[in-house]
Ligand binder design. Structure first.
Ligand SMILES: [Ca+2]
Ligand SMILES: [Ca+2]
Length: 80
């Protein structure tokens, strides 16, 4: 019983860690630290350039955090 609860708790913590890591990745992607992602910076994210036209809602050539939040990673499986 207790062991099962511990396992569930650990799984939750692991999920939280993944989310935290993803948030940090977002920051790391913004190489010039201007708070938005340029097309050049977006190239570091697989699949992001393909969705650029959809994501850049105000067409200013930059993805702000709100626009980037709409990006969904669909290329989780390696192409081989
Ligand atoms: Ca930037
Ligand atoms: Ca934009």
């Amino acid at each position: 019983m207790t062991k099962k609860i511990m396992t569930l708790l650990f799984a939750s913590l692991a999920a939280a860690a993944v989310i935290a890591a993803e948030s940090q990745t977002d920051v790391a992607l913004d190489t010039d630290n201007n708070g938005t992602l340029s097309r050049e910076e977006a190239k570091a994210v697989p699949g992001l350039s393909e969705q650029w036209e959809t994501l850049d809602a105000n067409k200013d050539g930059q993805l702000d955090p709100a626009e980037f939040a709409k990006f969904e990673v669909v290329t989780t499986t390696p192409a081989n």
